[in-house]
Design a binder for this molecule. Structure first.
Ligand code: G6P
Ligand code: MG
Length: 218
């Protein structure tokens, strides 16, 4: 039996742009230059670790209290962006792939570093597709550590070497590879060089390819 694990941000929904806007807002306030290229390093990385990286970029050291205030501020800003999200923000052809797998009773998990994963899935109406949700509220070791995916596999009752992971982040591809899973990158092949295969988005993944994944021949 094969199991499928999906990252959330940048794979199922296009929230990476909202994370970027919220970090950019905070960076501007702190006088730290933050570009879309810098944002690549934040993909798949926990909120706390992102702020640590941002402060390192600005050469800043702060007290725990101030650190937590900024974490909170970034999240509030992010929440204001996602508050209006609906199904129109699901990335192209994601429902087609999820339907294909659900129709065949394939175990599916969400494996995300985000603490906002559940409310986002609810907002876009995809929560019921997943047999289990492993998110940033449960996982201590962030990607590239494989913990999130290993826990997802355990909950699905599927051995790691039978799992397929869809990821848009370098750290996530690394985590999937460390877990001994098949890693499929969604995004730029020049960035996701460590992935077993890369597609720009799900529109490039056709039925034949899905069939091959299920049969273990892809
Ligand atoms: C995902 C995103 C990261 C984000 C992390 C934590 O992995 O790709 O950019 O920092 O989730 O998200 P949160 O919603 O908990 O701030
Ligand atoms: Mg992602």
């Amino acid at each position: 039996m094969r199991g499928f694990i999906f990252d959330l941000d940048g794979v199922i929904v296009d929230t990476a742009k909202y994370h970027y806007l919220a970090w950019k807002h905070l960076a501007d306030e702190l006088g730290i230059t933050f570009t879309e290229e810098d944002n690549e390093r934040f993909k798949g990385v926990s909120r706390k670790r992102c702020l640590e990286i941002l402060l390192e970029m600005g050469g800043m050291e702060v007290s725990g209290e101030q650190f937590n205030r900024w974490l909170h501020e970034k999240n509030e800003d992010y929440l204001s962006h996602i508050s209006k999200m609906d199904a129109s923000e699901i990335l192209p052809d994601v429902p087609r792939v999820l339907d294909y797998l659900r129709d065949r009773n394939i175990p599916m998990a969400l494996g995300s570093a985000s603490k906002n994963a559940r409310p986002i899935l609810e907002k876009v109406g995809l929560l019921s597709y997943f047999n289990t949700i492993v998110d940033g509220n449960e996982v201590v070791k962030a990607k590239p550590d494989p913990q999130v995916f290993l826990l997802a596999a355990e909950r699905l009752g599927v051995s790691p070497n039978q799992c397929v992971v869809f990821e848009d982040a370098l750290a996530g591809i690394e985590a999937a590879n460390k877990a001994g899973m098949q890693s499929i990158g969604i995004g730029d092949p020049d960035i996701l060089t460590e992935a077993d295969a890369v597609f720009r988005d799900f529109t490039e993944i056709d039925v034949d390819y899905l069939r091959g994944l299920l049969a273990g021949s892809q």
